[in-house]
Design a protein around this ligand. Structure first.
Ligand code: ZN
Length: 417
């Protein structure tokens, strides 16, 4: 089997189904294409021997590939793979038309001759690493959606390889495809974990060959509510309570060095993402992020204290704050029983001669939520570049390496070393 052709064939099939998610949707999945893709995957899971295939009313698909271990084999932990069905809304076309560039020879890549759209080599020097390889790009009117359909192709190809070669031993494997990752991990949040009984799991989401992520932000959101009092200027003195001023007071209590524009790597922040005020009511929206759980909790406490301070200063105003945890740092789920799950990634890379590039991600993955539920779920690379952009591209040798990672992980987990 030519793995690159297999991966490309599946990728083109999945990309043909428009499955862009919609932010702020009251329902999951946020778009019907995600259900259509989910149903296609149910059929394909059946074809590769999965059992107990289920789809939830939120379009979460789970399939179970039963173990085929020889009698007397040491017990092997059940492992899961999770990939997301949706593509991101980057304010370009939701319909994706991938283009295969065979044997890239360097220089600009023409995405769309009719529209004159190119990925320019001088703007994307990373292209030079892939000279001589096949590369998939979009037609310049959309993102490519290798995020995350290259991962779906990866998992489905791996399951097909296992199905076609029963001599490859493996334990229980669960494949889980979820919608709406790009709009707040809503699909992962609706997983019925009783159908996903794994010791640990993996996502394959982002990015370049070698990337490993097992540290993400702890993430929360906050909303401050302010109710003031308005009056005619004739009797405003000692009477008006202005929510605009109170909102400003609260924001001014935050550390100006701990904002997104002043932080990097593992530095956390509070991001004021919205202020809506009139003469009577006010609201302030906040995003809270920190890799350190303790510092994340301290930021939440600080916000509460700032609100208490504002209450002291404006005793007649009504001020309150709601804080919601959104996802957790994957790393906080590591314990002595599951830490091997991360070791396997590095061992697989060593055996496949891939140089690891470990990243503390300034964001979250489906694994951030799933790890918070006690199932450690680190991430390894898809091999693609420029997620969420029209210049997103998928070099096929790196995509194949990502598939080899999946197969190697299955081998290592089965050996249990
Ligand atoms: Zn993704």
């Amino acid at each position: 089997m030519n793995y690159q052709e297999k991966l490309a064939e599946k990728f083109f099939r999945y990309a043909a189904i428009s499955s862009q998610s919609v932010g702020g949707s009251p329902v999951v999945p946020s778009s019907p294409g995600q259900t259509e893709l989910a149903k296609l995957l149910m059929k394909e899971l059946e074809e590769v021997g999965a059992v107990d295939i289920s789809i939830s009313d939120t379009a979460v698909v789970i399939g179970h590939i039963p173990a085929n271990l020889p009698e007397g084999h040491a017990p092997v932990p059940a492992v899961g793979w999770v990939a997301h069905l949706d593509t991101v809304d980057s304010k370009v076309s939701p319909d994706i038309h991938p283009v295969m560039i065979r044997n890239y020879q360097g220089g600009d890549i023409c995405q769309n001759e009719a529209l004159g759209l190119y990925i320019k080599a001088d703007e994307h020097p990373e292209l030079a690493k892939y000279i001589g390889q096949d590369i998939i790009v979009s037609d310049g009117t959309s993102v490519l959606g290798a995020d995350n359909k290259s991962a779906i192709a990866n998992v489905m190809t791996a399951m097909e390889i296992l199905h076609n070669d029963p001599s490859i031993p493996h334990g229980e494997i669960y494949c889980c495809f979820v919608p709406d990752e790009e709009v707040g991990l809503c699909g992962a949040k609706s997983i019925d974990f009783s159908k996903f009984p794994v010791a640990f799991a993996y996502t394959i989401d982002c990015c370049e060959l070698g990337e490993v992520v097992f540290q993400t932000f702890n993430a929360g959101s906050g909303r401050v509510h302010i109710k003031g009092r308005t009056a005619h200027p004739m009797n405003s003195k000692n009477n008006v309570i202005n929510p605009c001023m109170i909102a400003t007071d609260i924001i001014n209590m935050f550390d100006r060095a701990a904002t997104p524009e002043h932080t990097e790597d593992t530095e956390g922040y509070i991001w004021v993402t919205g202020i809506r005020c009139d003469a009577l009511n006010g609201e302030v929206d906040l995003n809270i992020r920190d890799h350190s759980k303790a510092k994340y909790e301290a930021k939440k406490e600080y916000i509460k204290a700032a609100v208490e301070m504002a209450k002291l200063k404006h005793p007649e105003a009504q001020i309150s704050v709601e804080l919601t945890d959104v996802y957790a740092n994957i790393y906080d789920a590591v314990n002595e029983n599951n830490s091997k799950c991360i070791d396997y990634i590095y061992e697989a890379m060593k055996q496949l001669d891939i140089t690891p590039k470990t990243i503390a991600m300034r964001g979250g993955t489906d694994g951030s939520f799933i790890s918070g539920k006690g199932i450690l779920t680190p991430n390894y690379f898809t091999g693609a570049h420029n997620f969420h952009a029209i210049s997103e591209f998928m070099p096929m040798e790196a995509t194949e390496k990502s598939l080899l990672m999946t197969l190697k992980l299955i081998e290592l987990i089965t050996e249990g070393k």
